[in-house]
Write a new protein. Sequence first.
Length: 366
Amino acid sequence: MRVGIDIRALMEGKTTGVEVYIRGLLQAMFALDQKNDYVLFANSFTDVSSKVKLFSAPNLRYVVSRVPNKLYVSSQKLFGFPDLEKMTGKLEVFFSPHWRVTALRRNLPTVVTFHDLSFELVPEFFTRRQRYWHRFMNFRKAATRSTRIIAVSESTKRDLVDLYAVKPEKIRVVYPGPGLVVAPDSVSSGERDYFLCFATQEPRKNLEGALAAYELYRRMSRSPRRLVIAGSRGWIGKLSVPPRLRPYVELRSDVSELEKTELFRSAFAFIFVSFYEGFGFPALEAARSELPVIVSRVASLQEIARDFGIFINPFRPAQIAESMFALENDQPWYEDRARKARQASEKYSWERAARETLNIFSEAAR
């Protein structure tokens, strides 16, 4: 079987959830499958080879066109030109791990992964430009046109059924692995002296709520720990930390995967208080590092963290602060949450996700 894969979502070189998903899944897939042939496609006027050519296997090749991206996407959208197979050669299945407008042959079996529908459910957390971009990409049409849909959670599957009227039997829920592993899998033996919040800097991630909670926690604790906020730069610019908290709050932007791993392994506990998530990789990455996880009772997070999460209402900073204080002052409870987090993370596997995805390709091609 000859499979085309759109890897344009890797071109920005970030490590948000979508990029983690693509890298983790494809790495496992190419390690498992030497039978099928793969053509990985990207387009950028500038050279993005170092960002997209991350995989190596004898049965894959890259096709990277060098057309200005706005011109290319507009031509695909408005004129259906150039047809993808003019560049890749004939395909038997097309896989989009994160939908971007693509001109495809009408009867080409297509598999599309949907991570979330946050742009439909909470549009107020997106800029006008981002809302226009999502309308232009027309995710509803992609869902309708696809042969099979992969949803990364039952929550996302329900949203697809409710908002896009997708037939449930067309959707397969495939849980991703627990983030990317870039160093030996071990837990830090050093002092865990800070709370960690890892998220892209954007309103949906509720970093302001985490800061408000941290201020309340400092008033409760006799010996308060620091707060480290790390993650990719979003579109809100630099997060504003109140002057009275600046000596105790460290901001880390655009950290590498190795730096991220070290941050998790040296933290005391993890705070993940988003208003909405389609999956929630950071919660699982924290669980893998045996960290108690304070997490929002929303969307997919209720599903992913059900066996280990310390659930809070993200609109109530006092609940977050109380959970931080309780972890600090109840050692048996802390150890129980940490142990359950580690156990739960072991249920998630990139190898299993890759096997299930390969089966879906075969289903679509029939």
